[in-house]
Design a protein around this ligand. Structure first.
Ligand SMILES: C[S@@+](CC[C@H](N)C(=O)[O-])C[C@H]1O[C@@H](n2cnc3c(N)ncnc32)[C@H](O)[C@@H]1O
Length: 348
């Protein structure tokens, strides 16, 4: 069946692109697009749909068009305050700003729930042996969540690098508070040049980072350099082909002139839960490179990685194979799904 919603997604895109660049319209875009994407979750996570998800998605896109039209109908409310643009349209700078804003806003309780989710993920995939007593590094660690989870699982040391300075400050503060400074090392750096010695780490994590980079090969090369031969890597990257990717990608385009801080403030003022704010902002602001299992494992093989195994997120809201295969429309909804690759560095 054809992706009938795509045509209407183009209509919505044109409407938003042609609207005036005002604060009023920016708020309207954030409200309409977050509504559309969150309504899609009701379709995505219902494995018992009575109608084809392409048709249901088309309905929510049409509703988004209507909702935006209504807000345009009352645009006499608009005080015509011009929206000041994003600091940068250059992809990597945009991501630096976006994630820096997202990651340092957790309170202690929210954060411990977040760390627990990553501990569960390690348990679900039975990775203890690769982590206990090992020196681990997380490329693009955000606020350090995966590092703290690995430490909880018994890692010898954890190192996290990210170009978001506030995210790194958050991780350092948490480490201080938990009195585990001797086991952790967080620093602001790019994934292209970490500054660590070669052959230093046993286990390397890149969890949803390299699909945002401009030069994925350069990042993989750096990962290979710091990882010991026979060391293991957790490589999580976005799949391709599902409805959700189409909706998020179109939303990123429609919000290209609305900076991350503005989106964050709008969602916060709506009283939305922290984890959902993070999820919506990530989906509506970050640019993703989509890939397939064959493409990513072929790419990693060229750098000497092998022994590939597909891992799982471990929850029903992750787009993993187990979730996809349980759903008669799994392929339409999630395409290739989330690609969580475990692999070993066989050749240096
Ligand atoms: C989706 S977040 C994932 C964060 C973390 N890995 C996690 O699982 O929660 C992507 C992270 O990659 C970081 N990032 C993106 N490009 C980067 C680069 N070129 N160098 C360093 N960090 C980068 C961002 O700052 C952000 O914290």
């Amino acid at each position: 069946m054809e992706k009938i919603y795509m045509k209407n997604l183009d209509v919505l895109t044109n409407m938003m692109d042609e609207s005036k660049n005002t604060v009023y319209n920016a708020n309207a875009k954030v409200v309409v697009l977050s509504t559309m994407n969150m309504r899609y979750e009701n379709i995505a996570f219902n494995a018992d749909l009575k109608e084809h998800p392409y048709a249901l998605t088309n309905t929510i896109v049409l509703d988004a068009i209507k909702q935006f039209e209504i807000l345009q109908e009352i645009s006499f409310l608009d005080n015509n305050l011009e929206l000041s643009g994003c600091k940068s349209h250059y992809q990597e700078e945009k991501h630096e700003e976006l994630f820096n804003i997202i990651w340092d806003k957790y309170n202690e309780e929210e954060y411990s729930v977040y760390v627990k989710r990553y501990v569960d993920r390690i348990n679900f995939n039975k990775l203890d042996e690769l982590i206990i007593g090992k020196d681990c590094i997380d490329f693009g660690c955000g606020n350090g969540v995966f590092c703290f989870a690995m430490l909880e699982k018994g890692a010898n040391t954890v190192t996290g690098i990210d170009f978001g300075k506030d995210s790194i400050a958050f991780a350092n503060k948490y480490s201080d508070m938990k009195n585990i400074k001797d086991k952790t090392n967080f620093k602001a750096a790019t994934v292209y040049e970490t500054g660590y010695d070669s052959d230093k780490f046993d286990f390397l994590v890149q969890n949803g980072v390299f699909h945002h980079t401009d030069n994925e090969n350069l990042a993989i090369q750096e990962a290979k350099r710091v990882l010991k031969k026979d060391g293991w890597m957790w490589y999580y990257t976005d799949g391709e082909g599902g409805i959700s990717y189409d909706l998020w990608d179109a939303s990123v385009h429609m919000l290209k002139d609305v900076c991350a801080e503005f989106i964050s403030n709008t969602l916060e003022s709506m009283g939305i839960r922290r984890e959902k704010i993070v999820h919506i902002m990530d989906g509506m602001s970050a640019t993703y490179r989509h890939t397939s299992w064959d493409e990513i494992t072929t790419r990693l093989s060229k750098f000497g990685f092998g022994n590939f195994k597909r891992l799982s997120g471990g929850t029903d809201t992750d787009f993993d194979l187990d979730v996809i295969e349980k759903d008669p429309y799994g392929r339409e909804k999630f395409g290739e799904g989330d690609l969580r690759v475990l692999c070993q560095l066989l050749e240096k």
